[in-house]
Design a protein around this ligand. Structure first.
Ligand code: NAG
Ligand code: NAG
Ligand code: NAG
Ligand code: ZN
Length: 567
Protein backbone atom coordinates (compact mmCIF):
# COMPACT_ATOMS: atom_id res chain seq x y z
CA UNK A 1 0.00 0.00 0.00
CA UNK A 2 1.41 3.39 -0.96
CA UNK A 3 1.13 6.24 1.51
CA UNK A 4 0.71 9.86 0.63
CA UNK A 5 3.37 12.34 1.85
CA UNK A 6 0.81 13.50 4.42
CA UNK A 7 0.33 9.98 5.74
CA UNK A 8 4.09 9.48 5.94
CA UNK A 9 4.46 12.71 7.91
CA UNK A 10 1.74 11.64 10.34
CA UNK A 11 3.38 8.26 10.78
CA UNK A 12 6.82 9.72 11.43
CA UNK A 13 5.48 12.25 13.90
CA UNK A 14 3.51 9.51 15.65
CA UNK A 15 6.60 7.32 15.84
CA UNK A 16 8.61 10.14 17.32
CA UNK A 17 5.93 10.80 19.92
CA UNK A 18 5.62 7.11 20.79
CA UNK A 19 9.36 6.76 21.02
CA UNK A 20 9.48 9.41 23.70
CA UNK A 21 7.16 7.23 25.79
CA UNK A 22 8.71 3.91 24.97
CA UNK A 23 12.23 5.03 25.67
CA UNK A 24 11.43 7.59 28.30
CA UNK A 25 12.43 7.77 31.91
CA UNK A 26 12.74 4.07 32.59
CA UNK A 27 15.23 3.59 29.83
CA UNK A 28 18.30 4.68 31.75
CA UNK A 29 20.79 2.02 32.59
CA UNK A 30 22.46 1.83 35.94
CA UNK A 31 26.23 1.85 35.92
CA UNK A 32 28.99 0.82 38.26
CA UNK A 33 29.78 4.49 38.77
CA UNK A 34 27.42 4.66 41.68
CA UNK A 35 25.64 7.96 41.40
CA UNK A 36 26.52 8.86 37.83
CA UNK A 37 23.41 10.11 36.19
CA UNK A 38 20.55 7.75 36.93
CA UNK A 39 17.84 10.29 37.53
CA UNK A 40 14.19 10.07 36.82
CA UNK A 41 12.46 13.35 36.22
CA UNK A 42 10.74 13.23 39.61
CA UNK A 43 13.94 12.36 41.41
CA UNK A 44 15.76 15.09 39.57
CA UNK A 45 13.18 17.64 40.70
CA UNK A 46 13.58 16.58 44.33
CA UNK A 47 17.35 16.59 44.32
CA UNK A 48 17.95 20.11 43.07
CA UNK A 49 16.61 23.48 44.06
CA UNK A 50 18.15 25.59 41.37
CA UNK A 51 15.67 28.44 41.65
CA UNK A 52 16.07 32.09 40.74
CA UNK A 53 17.91 32.89 43.96
CA UNK A 54 20.41 30.16 43.23
CA UNK A 55 21.21 31.32 39.70
CA UNK A 56 21.21 35.01 40.60
CA UNK A 57 23.68 34.39 43.38
CA UNK A 58 26.03 32.56 40.99
CA UNK A 59 25.54 35.18 38.28
CA UNK A 60 26.33 38.03 40.64
CA UNK A 61 29.38 36.25 42.00
CA UNK A 62 30.72 35.68 38.49
CA UNK A 63 30.13 39.33 37.69
CA UNK A 64 31.97 40.53 40.80
CA UNK A 65 34.86 38.19 40.09
CA UNK A 66 35.15 39.56 36.60
CA UNK A 67 34.99 43.19 37.74
CA UNK A 68 37.77 42.50 40.23
CA UNK A 69 39.97 40.78 37.69
CA UNK A 70 43.35 42.43 37.21
CA UNK A 71 45.78 42.05 34.37
CA UNK A 72 49.19 40.82 35.43
CA UNK A 73 51.27 43.08 33.22
CA UNK A 74 54.76 41.91 34.06
CA UNK A 75 57.39 39.62 32.63
CA UNK A 76 56.71 35.89 32.99
CA UNK A 77 59.63 34.20 34.69
CA UNK A 78 58.21 30.78 33.85
CA UNK A 79 55.87 29.41 31.21
CA UNK A 80 54.02 26.11 31.31
CA UNK A 81 52.20 25.17 28.13
CA UNK A 82 49.65 22.41 28.70
CA UNK A 83 48.69 20.80 25.42
CA UNK A 84 45.71 18.47 25.40
CA UNK A 85 46.23 16.64 22.13
CA UNK A 86 42.94 16.56 20.27
CA UNK A 87 41.18 18.15 23.23
CA UNK A 88 38.27 19.66 21.31
CA UNK A 89 35.81 21.94 23.05
CA UNK A 90 33.31 19.06 23.12
CA UNK A 91 35.99 16.99 24.84
CA UNK A 92 36.44 19.72 27.45
CA UNK A 93 32.68 19.85 28.09
CA UNK A 94 32.30 16.07 28.25
CA UNK A 95 35.38 15.72 30.49
CA UNK A 96 33.93 18.31 32.85
CA UNK A 97 30.68 16.35 33.12
CA UNK A 98 32.64 13.09 33.48
CA UNK A 99 34.69 14.64 36.30
CA UNK A 100 31.54 15.81 38.09
CA UNK A 101 29.80 12.45 37.70
CA UNK A 102 32.89 10.63 39.03
CA UNK A 103 32.51 12.80 42.10
CA UNK A 104 28.84 11.83 42.45
CA UNK A 105 27.41 15.09 41.12
CA UNK A 106 25.13 15.59 38.16
CA UNK A 107 28.19 16.85 36.31
CA UNK A 108 27.28 19.78 34.10
CA UNK A 109 27.92 22.31 36.88
CA UNK A 110 31.40 20.91 37.60
CA UNK A 111 34.50 22.91 36.75
CA UNK A 112 37.79 21.73 35.39
CA UNK A 113 40.74 23.49 36.98
CA UNK A 114 41.47 25.34 33.77
CA UNK A 115 37.81 26.39 33.42
CA UNK A 116 38.64 28.82 36.21
CA UNK A 117 41.49 30.50 34.35
CA UNK A 118 40.83 34.23 33.98
CA UNK A 119 41.31 34.47 30.20
CA UNK A 120 40.13 32.32 27.32
CA UNK A 121 40.26 32.55 23.56
CA UNK A 122 39.80 30.53 20.39
CA UNK A 123 42.58 29.16 18.23
CA UNK A 124 42.26 28.60 14.46
CA UNK A 125 44.11 25.36 13.81
CA UNK A 126 44.31 24.96 10.01
CA UNK A 127 47.80 24.60 8.51
CA UNK A 128 49.28 26.01 5.29
CA UNK A 129 48.06 23.17 3.10
CA UNK A 130 45.26 21.57 5.08
CA UNK A 131 41.89 22.52 6.54
CA UNK A 132 41.80 19.86 9.27
CA UNK A 133 45.27 19.81 10.78
CA UNK A 134 47.55 17.23 12.40
CA UNK A 135 49.68 17.44 15.54
CA UNK A 136 52.94 18.17 13.68
CA UNK A 137 52.08 21.32 11.76
CA UNK A 138 50.10 22.60 14.73
CA UNK A 139 53.02 21.96 17.13
CA UNK A 140 55.17 23.98 14.74
CA UNK A 141 52.56 26.74 14.98
CA UNK A 142 52.18 27.06 18.75
CA UNK A 143 55.82 26.20 19.57
CA UNK A 144 57.74 27.86 16.71
CA UNK A 145 55.34 30.66 15.83
CA UNK A 146 54.68 29.76 12.18
CA UNK A 147 52.13 27.69 10.31
CA UNK A 148 53.54 25.07 7.97
CA UNK A 149 52.60 21.99 5.94
CA UNK A 150 50.78 19.10 7.53
CA UNK A 151 52.87 16.19 8.93
CA UNK A 152 56.05 18.29 9.05
CA UNK A 153 57.88 19.72 12.06
CA UNK A 154 60.08 22.75 12.74
CA UNK A 155 60.29 23.77 9.07
CA UNK A 156 58.41 26.42 7.14
CA UNK A 157 56.12 25.76 4.20
CA UNK A 158 59.10 25.54 1.82
CA UNK A 159 59.53 22.02 3.17
CA UNK A 160 58.87 19.23 0.71
CA UNK A 161 57.26 16.22 2.42
CA UNK A 162 59.83 13.42 2.94
CA UNK A 163 62.58 15.47 1.29
CA UNK A 164 65.55 15.60 3.66
CA UNK A 165 67.38 18.22 1.59
CA UNK A 166 64.66 20.64 2.60
CA UNK A 167 64.76 19.34 6.21
CA UNK A 168 68.47 20.20 6.47
CA UNK A 169 68.15 23.62 4.84
CA UNK A 170 68.81 26.21 7.58
CA UNK A 171 66.74 28.77 5.70
CA UNK A 172 63.70 26.49 6.04
CA UNK A 173 64.31 25.43 9.65
CA UNK A 174 62.63 27.42 12.41
CA UNK A 175 63.47 27.60 16.10
CA UNK A 176 61.07 26.64 18.85
CA UNK A 177 60.27 28.38 22.09
CA UNK A 178 62.67 25.87 23.73
CA UNK A 179 65.57 27.23 21.68
CA UNK A 180 64.50 30.77 22.56
CA UNK A 181 64.31 29.83 26.25
CA UNK A 182 67.72 28.15 26.27
CA UNK A 183 69.24 31.19 24.53
CA UNK A 184 67.63 33.26 27.27
CA UNK A 185 69.31 31.07 29.90
CA UNK A 186 66.10 29.42 31.06
CA UNK A 187 65.66 25.77 31.96
CA UNK A 188 63.47 23.73 29.61
CA UNK A 189 61.53 20.50 29.78
CA UNK A 190 59.01 18.28 28.03
CA UNK A 191 56.49 15.88 29.58
CA UNK A 192 54.15 13.66 27.60
CA UNK A 193 52.13 10.46 27.83
CA UNK A 194 53.14 9.52 24.27
CA UNK A 195 56.56 8.59 22.95
CA UNK A 196 58.94 11.48 23.56
CA UNK A 197 59.62 11.42 19.81
CA UNK A 198 55.92 11.80 18.89
CA UNK A 199 54.71 14.87 16.98
CA UNK A 200 53.80 17.19 19.85
CA UNK A 201 57.01 16.88 21.92
CA UNK A 202 59.05 16.72 18.69
CA UNK A 203 57.70 20.16 17.81
CA UNK A 204 59.75 21.43 20.74
CA UNK A 205 63.11 20.27 19.37
CA UNK A 206 63.00 18.70 15.87
CA UNK A 207 63.12 19.66 12.22
CA UNK A 208 61.60 16.85 10.22
CA UNK A 209 60.17 16.58 6.71
CA UNK A 210 58.03 13.72 8.05
CA UNK A 211 56.77 13.40 11.63
CA UNK A 212 56.89 9.61 11.25
CA UNK A 213 60.70 9.61 11.05
CA UNK A 214 60.93 8.98 14.78
CA UNK A 215 63.84 6.55 14.36
CA UNK A 216 66.10 5.20 11.63
CA UNK A 217 63.86 2.17 11.18
CA UNK A 218 60.88 4.37 10.33
CA UNK A 219 63.05 6.36 7.91
CA UNK A 220 64.11 3.17 6.12
CA UNK A 221 60.55 2.67 4.86
CA UNK A 222 60.94 5.91 2.92
CA UNK A 223 64.39 4.91 1.69
CA UNK A 224 65.98 7.55 3.90
CA UNK A 225 69.36 6.93 5.55
CA UNK A 226 69.65 8.28 9.10
CA UNK A 227 73.41 8.68 8.59
CA UNK A 228 72.68 11.60 6.28
CA UNK A 229 69.29 12.64 7.66
CA UNK A 230 68.82 12.84 11.42
CA UNK A 231 65.75 11.01 12.68
CA UNK A 232 63.69 12.64 15.43
CA UNK A 233 65.17 10.55 18.26
CA UNK A 234 68.70 11.51 17.20
CA UNK A 235 67.68 15.15 17.15
CA UNK A 236 66.33 14.86 20.70
CA UNK A 237 69.47 13.29 22.12
CA UNK A 238 72.28 14.64 19.93
CA UNK A 239 71.22 18.12 18.78
CA UNK A 240 70.17 21.39 20.40
CA UNK A 241 67.79 22.19 21.95
CA UNK A 242 66.91 18.51 22.66
CA UNK A 243 70.13 17.51 24.41
CA UNK A 244 69.93 20.59 26.65
CA UNK A 245 66.45 19.85 27.98
CA UNK A 246 66.64 19.50 31.77
CA UNK A 247 63.59 17.24 31.89
CA UNK A 248 62.34 14.65 29.40
CA UNK A 249 59.47 12.44 30.61
CA UNK A 250 57.24 10.13 28.61
CA UNK A 251 57.36 6.88 26.66
CA UNK A 252 59.21 5.51 23.64
CA UNK A 253 62.26 3.54 24.82
CA UNK A 254 62.17 1.20 21.79
CA UNK A 255 62.83 4.10 19.43
CA UNK A 256 66.03 4.90 21.33
CA UNK A 257 67.32 1.33 21.63
CA UNK A 258 69.12 -0.93 19.11
CA UNK A 259 67.66 -4.28 18.03
CA UNK A 260 70.48 -5.96 19.94
CA UNK A 261 69.11 -4.76 23.30
CA UNK A 262 65.96 -5.83 25.10
CA UNK A 263 63.44 -3.59 26.84
CA UNK A 264 63.72 -3.83 30.66
CA UNK A 265 59.93 -4.11 31.05
CA UNK A 266 58.70 -6.12 28.07
CA UNK A 267 61.90 -7.89 27.05
CA UNK A 268 61.17 -6.92 23.45
CA UNK A 269 64.04 -5.91 21.19
CA UNK A 270 64.67 -2.26 20.43
CA UNK A 271 63.87 -0.85 16.98
CA UNK A 272 67.06 0.90 15.94
CA UNK A 273 68.96 -0.69 13.04
CA UNK A 274 71.86 1.77 13.34
CA UNK A 275 73.04 0.25 16.62
CA UNK A 276 72.64 3.52 18.50
CA UNK A 277 71.60 3.30 22.14
CA UNK A 278 70.49 6.89 22.62
CA UNK A 279 69.47 6.40 26.26
CA UNK A 280 73.02 5.27 27.09
CA UNK A 281 74.31 8.22 25.12
CA UNK A 282 72.15 10.57 27.22
CA UNK A 283 73.42 9.01 30.46
CA UNK A 284 77.03 9.47 29.29
CA UNK A 285 76.38 13.04 28.16
CA UNK A 286 74.65 14.02 31.43
CA UNK A 287 76.91 12.95 34.31
CA UNK A 288 74.69 14.83 36.77
CA UNK A 289 71.57 13.38 35.27
CA UNK A 290 69.21 10.65 36.45
CA UNK A 291 67.51 8.09 34.21
CA UNK A 292 64.35 6.40 35.55
CA UNK A 293 61.94 3.87 34.05
CA UNK A 294 59.27 3.33 36.73
CA UNK A 295 56.81 5.31 38.81
CA UNK A 296 58.56 4.27 42.02
CA UNK A 297 61.88 5.62 40.79
CA UNK A 298 60.25 8.87 39.71
CA UNK A 299 58.33 9.62 42.87
CA UNK A 300 61.29 8.66 45.08
CA UNK A 301 63.64 10.88 43.11
CA UNK A 302 65.42 13.52 45.17
CA UNK A 303 65.28 16.41 42.74
CA UNK A 304 68.06 18.27 44.48
CA UNK A 305 70.50 15.48 43.62
CA UNK A 306 70.38 15.66 39.82
CA UNK A 307 70.59 18.43 37.26
CA UNK A 308 68.90 16.52 34.45
CA UNK A 309 66.09 13.99 34.41
CA UNK A 310 65.18 11.44 31.72
CA UNK A 311 62.18 9.25 32.51
CA UNK A 312 60.99 6.71 29.95
CA UNK A 313 58.18 4.55 31.24
CA UNK A 314 57.17 2.46 28.26
CA UNK A 315 58.70 1.05 25.06
CA UNK A 316 56.14 3.01 23.03
CA UNK A 317 53.34 5.33 24.22
CA UNK A 318 52.55 5.12 27.91
CA UNK A 319 49.44 3.02 28.54
CA UNK A 320 46.04 4.70 28.62
CA UNK A 321 45.32 5.60 32.24
CA UNK A 322 42.36 3.18 32.36
CA UNK A 323 44.59 0.39 31.04
CA UNK A 324 47.70 1.16 33.03
CA UNK A 325 47.14 -1.16 35.99
CA UNK A 326 50.34 -3.09 36.62
CA UNK A 327 52.41 -0.89 34.32
CA UNK A 328 54.10 0.97 37.21
CA UNK A 329 53.58 4.21 35.30
CA UNK A 330 53.54 7.59 36.92
CA UNK A 331 50.44 9.67 36.23
CA UNK A 332 50.67 12.83 34.16
CA UNK A 333 50.17 14.73 37.42
CA UNK A 334 53.15 12.96 39.02
CA UNK A 335 55.35 13.61 36.00
CA UNK A 336 54.31 17.26 35.93
CA UNK A 337 55.02 17.66 39.65
CA UNK A 338 58.54 16.28 39.35
CA UNK A 339 59.23 18.24 36.18
CA UNK A 340 58.26 21.53 37.84
CA UNK A 341 60.30 20.72 40.95
CA UNK A 342 63.34 19.99 38.77
CA UNK A 343 62.95 23.16 36.71
CA UNK A 344 62.21 25.39 39.71
CA UNK A 345 65.80 24.93 40.81
CA UNK A 346 66.78 27.29 38.03
CA UNK A 347 66.82 30.85 39.33
CA UNK A 348 66.27 32.32 35.88
CA UNK A 349 63.00 30.49 35.24
CA UNK A 350 61.87 27.81 32.82
CA UNK A 351 59.68 26.84 29.92
CA UNK A 352 57.85 23.51 30.22
CA UNK A 353 55.64 21.69 27.72
CA UNK A 354 53.19 19.18 29.22
CA UNK A 355 51.21 17.07 26.78
CA UNK A 356 48.15 14.96 27.54
CA UNK A 357 48.95 13.05 24.39
CA UNK A 358 46.53 10.20 24.54
CA UNK A 359 43.27 12.14 24.59
CA UNK A 360 43.78 12.24 20.84
CA UNK A 361 44.65 8.58 20.46
CA UNK A 362 41.64 7.41 22.45
CA UNK A 363 39.44 9.51 20.16
CA UNK A 364 41.13 7.96 17.12
CA UNK A 365 40.25 4.58 18.61
CA UNK A 366 36.63 5.70 18.97
CA UNK A 367 36.82 5.20 22.75
CA UNK A 368 35.35 8.34 24.27
CA UNK A 369 35.55 7.08 27.86
CA UNK A 370 39.30 6.61 27.61
CA UNK A 371 39.63 10.05 26.06
CA UNK A 372 37.62 11.65 28.87
CA UNK A 373 39.72 9.90 31.51
CA UNK A 374 42.91 11.13 29.78
CA UNK A 375 41.45 14.65 29.79
CA UNK A 376 40.57 14.25 33.47
CA UNK A 377 44.17 13.22 34.22
CA UNK A 378 45.36 16.19 32.20
CA UNK A 379 43.22 18.47 34.37
CA UNK A 380 44.88 17.02 37.51
CA UNK A 381 48.26 17.85 36.01
CA UNK A 382 47.07 21.45 35.56
CA UNK A 383 45.97 21.44 39.20
CA UNK A 384 49.36 20.40 40.49
CA UNK A 385 51.01 23.10 38.39
CA UNK A 386 48.68 25.66 39.97
CA UNK A 387 49.71 24.43 43.40
CA UNK A 388 53.41 24.53 42.70
CA UNK A 389 53.61 27.90 40.96
CA UNK A 390 52.76 31.53 41.58
CA UNK A 391 50.50 33.30 39.08
CA UNK A 392 52.51 36.47 39.65
CA UNK A 393 55.49 35.01 37.81
CA UNK A 394 54.25 31.97 35.88
CA UNK A 395 52.20 32.09 32.70
CA UNK A 396 50.15 28.90 32.33
CA UNK A 397 48.49 28.25 29.00
CA UNK A 398 46.14 25.32 28.41
CA UNK A 399 45.16 24.57 24.84
CA UNK A 400 44.74 21.86 22.22
CA UNK A 401 46.42 21.38 18.87
CA UNK A 402 43.30 20.43 16.92
CA UNK A 403 39.77 19.20 17.41
CA UNK A 404 38.14 15.79 16.94
CA UNK A 405 34.73 14.71 15.68
CA UNK A 406 33.19 13.98 19.09
CA UNK A 407 29.63 15.27 19.39
CA UNK A 408 27.48 15.74 22.51
CA UNK A 409 23.97 15.32 21.16
CA UNK A 410 20.33 14.48 21.68
CA UNK A 411 18.43 15.87 24.67
CA UNK A 412 19.77 13.88 27.61
CA UNK A 413 18.35 14.98 30.94
CA UNK A 414 20.37 16.94 33.41
CA UNK A 415 22.79 14.58 35.15
CA UNK A 416 22.37 11.81 32.57
CA UNK A 417 25.47 9.61 32.38
CA UNK A 418 27.71 11.32 29.83
CA UNK A 419 28.63 7.85 28.57
CA UNK A 420 25.04 6.64 28.55
CA UNK A 421 22.01 6.65 26.30
CA UNK A 422 20.10 9.84 25.69
CA UNK A 423 16.91 8.48 27.24
CA UNK A 424 14.69 9.08 24.25
CA UNK A 425 14.67 7.02 21.10
CA UNK A 426 15.48 8.14 17.61
CA UNK A 427 12.81 7.96 14.92
CA UNK A 428 13.67 4.29 14.35
CA UNK A 429 12.48 3.68 17.95
CA UNK A 430 15.99 2.69 19.02
CA UNK A 431 17.98 4.52 21.69
CA UNK A 432 21.20 6.35 20.96
CA UNK A 433 24.22 7.57 22.90
CA UNK A 434 24.86 11.15 23.98
CA UNK A 435 28.41 10.89 22.65
CA UNK A 436 29.07 9.91 19.06
CA UNK A 437 31.67 10.52 16.40
CA UNK A 438 31.23 11.75 12.85
CA UNK A 439 33.53 8.94 11.72
CA UNK A 440 35.77 6.15 12.96
CA UNK A 441 35.78 2.51 14.06
CA UNK A 442 32.59 3.08 16.07
CA UNK A 443 30.74 2.59 12.79
CA UNK A 444 30.42 -1.05 13.88
CA UNK A 445 28.11 0.18 16.64
CA UNK A 446 26.04 2.29 14.27
CA UNK A 447 24.56 -0.16 11.82
CA UNK A 448 23.32 -3.71 11.91
CA UNK A 449 22.76 -4.48 8.28
CA UNK A 450 20.45 -1.84 6.84
CA UNK A 451 19.15 -0.83 10.28
CA UNK A 452 20.72 0.97 13.16
CA UNK A 453 22.23 -1.28 15.81
CA UNK A 454 20.06 -1.61 18.90
CA UNK A 455 22.17 -0.53 21.89
CA UNK A 456 19.50 -1.38 24.47
CA UNK A 457 21.43 -4.25 26.01
CA UNK A 458 24.92 -3.00 25.35
CA UNK A 459 26.90 -1.35 28.15
CA UNK A 460 27.84 1.93 26.51
CA UNK A 461 29.74 2.97 29.65
CA UNK A 462 32.31 0.18 29.49
CA UNK A 463 35.97 0.95 28.84
CA UNK A 464 35.90 -0.99 25.59
CA UNK A 465 32.74 0.51 24.06
CA UNK A 466 33.21 2.37 20.77
CA UNK A 467 30.84 5.33 20.47
CA UNK A 468 28.80 5.07 17.26
CA UNK A 469 30.21 6.77 14.19
CA UNK A 470 28.51 7.78 10.97
CA UNK A 471 31.33 7.10 8.48
CA UNK A 472 33.46 3.94 8.63
CA UNK A 473 37.12 4.87 9.10
CA UNK A 474 39.72 2.58 10.69
CA UNK A 475 40.79 5.52 12.82
CA UNK A 476 38.54 8.42 13.75
CA UNK A 477 39.76 11.70 12.26
CA UNK A 478 40.67 15.07 13.67
CA UNK A 479 38.18 17.92 13.48
CA UNK A 480 38.65 21.34 11.91
CA UNK A 481 36.74 23.47 14.38
CA UNK A 482 38.58 25.95 16.59
CA UNK A 483 40.01 24.85 19.91
CA UNK A 484 40.15 26.79 23.16
CA UNK A 485 43.04 28.60 24.82
CA UNK A 486 42.87 29.14 28.60
CA UNK A 487 45.48 31.38 30.22
CA UNK A 488 46.53 32.53 33.67
CA UNK A 489 49.45 34.62 34.91
CA UNK A 490 51.59 37.37 33.41
CA UNK A 491 50.32 38.44 29.95
CA UNK A 492 47.43 35.95 30.07
CA UNK A 493 45.25 38.88 28.99
CA UNK A 494 46.83 38.66 25.54
CA UNK A 495 44.43 35.78 24.97
CA UNK A 496 40.94 37.21 24.56
CA UNK A 497 39.64 36.79 21.06
CA UNK A 498 39.92 34.55 18.04
CA UNK A 499 43.49 34.00 16.92
CA UNK A 500 45.62 32.12 14.48
CA UNK A 501 47.18 29.27 16.44
CA UNK A 502 50.80 30.34 15.83
CA UNK A 503 50.11 33.53 17.83
CA UNK A 504 50.53 31.43 21.00
CA UNK A 505 54.31 31.17 20.47
CA UNK A 506 54.51 34.92 19.92
CA UNK A 507 52.78 35.54 23.25
CA UNK A 508 55.16 33.14 25.01
CA UNK A 509 58.13 35.00 23.53
CA UNK A 510 56.67 38.35 24.50
CA UNK A 511 55.74 37.32 28.02
CA UNK A 512 59.02 35.64 28.96
CA UNK A 513 61.25 38.05 26.99
CA UNK A 514 62.71 35.28 24.87
CA UNK A 515 63.03 34.73 21.13
CA UNK A 516 63.59 37.14 18.25
CA UNK A 517 60.25 38.95 18.45
CA UNK A 518 58.76 41.89 20.22
CA UNK A 519 58.95 41.20 23.97
CA UNK A 520 57.69 42.66 27.19
CA UNK A 521 61.27 43.67 28.00
CA UNK A 522 61.80 45.65 24.79
CA UNK A 523 58.26 47.00 24.66
CA UNK A 524 58.71 50.76 25.18
CA UNK A 525 55.33 50.88 26.90
CA UNK A 526 56.89 49.00 29.79
CA UNK A 527 59.98 51.18 30.17
CA UNK A 528 59.43 53.82 32.87
CA UNK A 529 60.80 56.74 30.81
CA UNK A 530 58.54 56.16 27.82
CA UNK A 531 55.47 57.47 29.59
CA UNK A 532 56.73 61.00 28.96
CA UNK A 533 57.63 60.42 25.32
CA UNK A 534 55.90 62.58 22.73
CA UNK A 535 53.60 60.72 20.32
CA UNK A 536 56.07 60.98 17.43
CA UNK A 537 58.81 59.11 19.24
CA UNK A 538 58.62 55.78 17.45
CA UNK A 539 62.31 56.20 16.56
CA UNK A 540 63.05 55.52 20.22
CA UNK A 541 61.90 51.94 19.96
CA UNK A 542 65.56 51.03 20.02
CA UNK A 543 67.82 49.25 17.60
CA UNK A 544 66.97 45.68 18.55
CA UNK A 545 63.28 46.10 18.18
CA UNK A 546 63.54 48.02 14.90
CA UNK A 547 65.79 45.30 13.55
CA UNK A 548 63.45 42.54 14.67
CA UNK A 549 60.39 44.20 13.25
CA UNK A 550 62.08 44.92 9.93
CA UNK A 551 62.96 41.22 9.67
CA UNK A 552 59.27 40.48 9.68
CA UNK A 553 58.29 43.53 7.62
CA UNK A 554 56.11 44.87 10.40
CA UNK A 555 55.52 48.59 10.61
CA UNK A 556 55.22 49.81 14.16
CA UNK A 557 53.31 52.94 15.02
CA UNK A 558 52.95 54.79 18.23
CA UNK A 559 49.48 54.96 19.73
CA UNK A 560 49.32 58.07 21.89
CA UNK A 561 46.12 56.97 23.59
CA UNK A 562 47.60 53.82 25.00
CA UNK A 563 51.15 55.15 25.03
CA UNK A 564 52.51 52.10 23.34
CA UNK A 565 53.97 50.98 20.05
CA UNK A 566 51.48 49.07 17.97
CA UNK A 567 52.74 46.62 15.41
C1 NAG B 1 64.39 17.76 -2.62
O1 NAG B 1 64.40 19.17 -2.55
C2 NAG B 1 65.49 19.74 -3.24
C3 NAG B 1 65.51 21.23 -2.88
O2 NAG B 1 64.28 21.82 -3.21
C4 NAG B 1 65.35 19.46 -4.72
O3 NAG B 1 66.43 20.03 -5.42
C5 NAG B 1 65.34 17.96 -4.92
O4 NAG B 1 65.08 17.66 -6.27
C6 NAG B 1 64.29 17.30 -4.05
N1 NAG B 1 64.47 15.86 -4.08
C7 NAG B 1 63.51 15.05 -4.49
C8 NAG B 1 63.83 13.59 -4.44
O5 NAG B 1 62.45 15.45 -4.89
C1 NAG C 1 67.95 15.23 49.02
O1 NAG C 1 69.29 15.42 48.75
C2 NAG C 1 69.89 16.48 49.48
C3 NAG C 1 71.28 16.68 48.95
O2 NAG C 1 71.96 15.47 48.88
C4 NAG C 1 69.82 16.15 50.97
O3 NAG C 1 70.36 17.22 51.71
C5 NAG C 1 68.37 15.94 51.36
O4 NAG C 1 68.29 15.51 52.69
C6 NAG C 1 67.72 14.88 50.46
N1 NAG C 1 66.30 14.83 50.77
C7 NAG C 1 65.71 13.70 51.04
C8 NAG C 1 64.24 13.79 51.32
O5 NAG C 1 66.28 12.63 51.08
C1 NAG D 1 46.54 21.90 46.04
O1 NAG D 1 46.64 22.51 47.30
C2 NAG D 1 45.43 22.49 48.03
C3 NAG D 1 45.64 23.32 49.28
O2 NAG D 1 46.87 23.04 49.85
C4 NAG D 1 45.05 21.06 48.33
O3 NAG D 1 43.85 21.01 49.02
C5 NAG D 1 44.90 20.31 47.02
O4 NAG D 1 44.65 18.95 47.26
C6 NAG D 1 46.16 20.44 46.18
N1 NAG D 1 45.90 19.87 44.88
C7 NAG D 1 46.74 19.03 44.32
C8 NAG D 1 46.36 18.55 42.97
O5 NAG D 1 47.76 18.67 44.86
ZN1 ZN E 1 45.62 12.58 16.18
Amino acid sequence: MLMSPYQITVLVVTLILISGCVYGDDHHRSTDRASAGVYSKAKLKQSITEDAAYWNQIGQQLLLNELAKKRINSQAKNIILFLGDGMSISTVTAARIYKGQKAGKMGEEEELYFDRFPYAALSKTYCTDIQVADSACTATAYLCGIKTDVVTLGLDANVEYKNCTTQMDPTIQVDSVMTWAQAGNKATGIVTTTRVTHATPAGAYAHSANRDWEDDYAQSFDGVDSNTCDDIAEQLFLNSPGKNLKVILGGGRAYLTPTTMKDPETNEAGRRRDGKYLIGQWVTDHPNGKYVTTRDELINLNVSESDFLLGLFSPSHMEYFLESRGANNPTLEEMTRTAIQMLQKDANGYVLLVEGGRIDQAHHDGRAKLALEEAFQFDLAVAIALNLTNPADTLIIVTADHSHTLSINGYPERGNDILGLVGYAASDLKPYTTLSYANGPGYINSFDGAERLDLTNIDTTSDSFLQPAMVPLATESHGGDDVAIFALGPQAHLFQGVYEQHYIAHVMGYAACIGPGFTFCNDPANLPQTTSLPPSSSSRIGLDLTFTLSLWSITPYYNKDTDRIIV
